[in-house]
Write a protein that binds this ligand. Sequence first.
Ligand code: UDX
Length: 435
Amino acid sequence: MKISVIGCGYLGAVHSACLTELGHEVVGIDVDPEKIALLAAATPPFYEPGLPELLSRSVATGRLRFSTDVSDVRGSEVHFIAVGTPQLAGSDAADLQFVMAAVDSLLPHLASGDLVVGKSTVPVGTARQLSDIVNSHGSGASLAWNPEFLREGFAIKDTLAPDRLVYGLAASDHRGESMLDTVYTRALAGGTPKVVTDFATAELVKVAANAFLATKISFINAMAEVAEATGADVTQLADAIGYDVRIGRRFLNAGLGFGGGCLPKDIRGFMARAKELGVDQALTFLREVDQINTRRRERMVDLAKEVVGGSLVGRRIAVLGLSFKPDSDDVRDSPALDVALRLIESGATVLATDPQAVETARRRYPHIKYVASPAEAAVDADAVLLLTEWREYRDLDPAAFGDLVGTKTILDGRNCLDPGAWRAAGWAYRALGRP
Ligand code: UDX
């Protein structure tokens, strides 16, 4: 198929390259000329494992182009909307200006039979509104909603072989369904389940999934708070309840909590939308989920204060990890970066490192002292804080690493180290939710 993708950020860039891999002919459109130049040269503007190789392969086929000129969508039959919906400044609600602008810019170029497909995460009700706009324009194009569920670090796998496909369609839009089936032929043939539904359900599936995941993480972090007050071990608790298949062990890793460009803003946007709909009571628990999550960051700073003797002023702290999770250079709402900033505010001298996120962090916070490796961060440190569970940090040798620091004190913000091994090497080991 001939396909256009409007918005070449994280979602759109991965989606464009994956659609090409699936055999389609794709044009990716973005208003940012720098981003488009990088993508056209097969260079991802962000870190995602496997994407440089996939982009090179896709661009080399001649079936993937990038452009800043939206009229280049002409000739495509399917047009994916993959622009961002960030949190509005000073509000919990999502900012829809980029989605609206994308649809507006598409309208003059749509032909009869074209399908506009929303992928961006939007407040429930948006698809209906956009469908009316597309229909009333009179081009004969129609709209579908097809939320994405990709995780950073696994974005290619999640796009090529998703857990499920959700199609939100206008009543009896069989043509829309069959066009999406053609887009996703390979995934469907591979057994990916498909849910065909209305617009509102499709929009809600996305935010409900993220709200559930956020709740699961905050649940185990709430248990960590109780564990800290009782001397219990939250990681063993998670293992034990996780054996119950109704509960499941995944997303029960207690620690610094969730961050990133999706979970935090999506639960806030969901609450804001529920309020508009008069059902805010249904989602008040998400406010608690958000607060439990933020409390973990405060607790980490308190723990750091405690282990260095009550005050952080003038203390040297090594911070390992800045991205919101491993295998990503994304620092949006990153718990690790937030803790680093809070430590500095409390008077500590922070030396921070990350395998991929130093540059993205530096762009936002140039005042933090960044170093290239854990070894450099650790020199004369009064305490080491592991805040993002990158493999190279999990694999650190406690004995060799111990020779570099001033004081052998480690705080494991992600419960990812073996306490026994670190204690055996002479370290004072502390973690969230563990004795
Ligand atoms: C999430 C959803 O998983 C994905 O389906 C959706 O499309 C976009 O949002 P992502 O933001 O890439 O994906 O991150 P995810 O892997 O869900 O992790 C979110 C945060 O939760 C990270 O900060 C991670 O460190 C944290 N987390 C995850 C925990 O604290 N504990 C866990 O057990 C799991």
